[in-house]
Design a protein around this ligand. Structure first.
Ligand code: NIG
Ligand code: FE
Length: 430
């Protein structure tokens, strides 16, 4: 590969991208099995022309053979030096903003204690809640920033960030404030999508009165969070034994609906409480985890627009089975893949490793996984900022350039992962 090179004057209104080894547009079918890169729109020997729009973003104007006479005139050219160009990767499920760490608990689990036992003894999520409540906005920002920086280096361009380690009004709003600061700090590099998840666990002060906490979430916490963050995009709830029931989730969904926010739901992580059926009936954007999902839910998802989000590194980290992602794709469901980055069940920022384990552990094909971190992940986030998770003429252009000469290598080098070249973001192409 050659050094990537930008030539041309400022301001740049139209830029030609040339010299990509492969371009993968991810414009193929959204559902069903995929077994070849051609199904996902692999091209060689093509140029792209992108145009800067008045609203500040870039749009793909043209894609065609290098040297074609139909290519629109551009003010500047970026030679990608043989690198792989694909839609900007999306990590559509993270809990990246938190304080403290749980490495001690991790080792206890490896020596036989269960996630449930640790949580019942006041550890688990509640440990991170105590640390997060005690942290200031700047402390939360400084804790999360290196994690987001790592994500950007893997080629991620969009990150969903959940709250849920505050579990009281002021602390949940504080996490949103930290996300807002990080949104500014990473502007031009990462788009942060915020999700309100005060229903992540029952806080200790409501241990004897979970209904009281649900009422507080509905009457005060969610409306305050909506008011605090104009960019708030979703409400999520952990439907699980010992956390929230479907009936409680239903109350939360009613409030989310009144606030104009679509739902997401953590379901079937440890027990199947029929959360999938409920979430699909709600028209939820996505259901996440699905480790214990019963086969009847596969059909329900296949007939819906609710995206099934697989989190294979959570399975690895918890030594739990994989979600039935293979069966979900075969049934015709929309399937995305994400990291679940969080201190208790997936302490990782590495989306490429999640993609590799989705292939090796959960038995998806490399093509299905790439669709799962581009197009299907964009659907799980309802096309944030208009970004559709694909490279398509007439749509917003958000892209990743990887230091790889071919797409097969992306899955091949385990645990190492390719680095994203920052040539596009450095040229101001966000
Ligand atoms: O997605 N399932 C609930 N929430 C996280 C775990 C949070 C934690 O253990 O801190 C998850 O796995
Ligand atoms: Fe999660």
């Amino acid at each position: 590969m050659r050094e990537p090179r930008l030539t041309g004057p400022l301001p740049r209104r139209r830029v030609r991208l040339t010299g990509a080894g492969h371009v993968l547009t991810c414009t193929g079918p959204e559902r069903g099995p995929l077994t070849s890169w051609e199904q996902l729109g692999r091209h060689t020997g093509v140029d792209l022309v992108i145009r800067h729009e008045l609203w500040g973003g870039w749009q793909l104007e043209w894609l065609g053979p290098t040297g074609s006479a139909e290519q629109p005139h551009a003010d500047a050219t970026i030679d990608l030096g043989g690198r792989l160009l694909l839609p900007g990767l999306i990590d559509c499920h993270t809990h990246v903003v938190f304080a403290g760490d749980r490495s001690g608990e991790f080792v206890q689990r490896l020596n036989g204690k269960s996630y449930g036992e640790i949580a019942a003894a006041g550890g688990g999520i509640l440990h991170t809640v105590a640390k997060t409540r005690a942290a200031s906005v700047p402390e939360l920002v400084e804790a999360a920033a290196p994690r987001l920086q790592q994500m950007a280096e893997w080629g991620v361009r969009v990150v969903e960030c959940k709250t849920g380690y505050g579990l009281e009004l002021a602390s949940e709003v504080k996490i949103l404030q930290a996300i807002a600061v990080l949104r500014q700090r990473f502007a031009g590099q990462l788009r942060l999508v915020s999700t309100a998840m005060p229903a992540h666990a029952i806080p200790p002060e409501f241990k004897a009165n979970p209904e009281g906490y649900v009422a507080l979430v509905c009457e005060q916490i969610l409306p305050a969070m909506r008011a605090a963050d104009p960019e708030l995009a979703f409400v999520d709830v952990f439907v699980e034994k010992g956390y929230f029931t479907v009936e409680q989730a239903e109350k939360i969904a009613k409030v989310a609906d009144a606030l104009g926010l679509p739902m997401k739901a953590h379901v079937d992580e440890f027990a199947d409480l029929d959360g999938v059926q409920w979430a699909v009936e709600q028209g939820a954007a996505s259901v996440e985890h699905l480790l214990q999902t019963a086969s009847k839910s596969l059909e329900i998802l296949a007939k819906s627009d609710t995206v099934a989000v697989g989190l294979p590194l959570t399975s690895v980290f918890l030594r739990e089975p994989y979600a039935p992602l293979r069966q979900l794709v075969d049934a015709g469901a929309l399937v995305a893949v994400a990291t679940d980055c969080n201190p208790g069940s997936a302490m990782t920022t590495n989306l490429v490793l999640a993609m590799q384990m989705a292939v090796l552990g959960a038995k998806l094909s490399p093509q299905e996984v790439l669709r799962g971190v581009t197009r299907c992940a964009a659907l799980a986030l309802r096309e944030p900022g208009g970004y559709t998770g694909r490279l398509k003429v007439g749509e917003p252009f958000v892209a990743t350039t990887l230091d790889l000469d071919g797409v097969d290598r992306l899955f091949y080098e385990l645990g190492v992962g390719p680095r994203a070249s920052q040539v596009l973001t450095e040229a101001g192409i966000a």
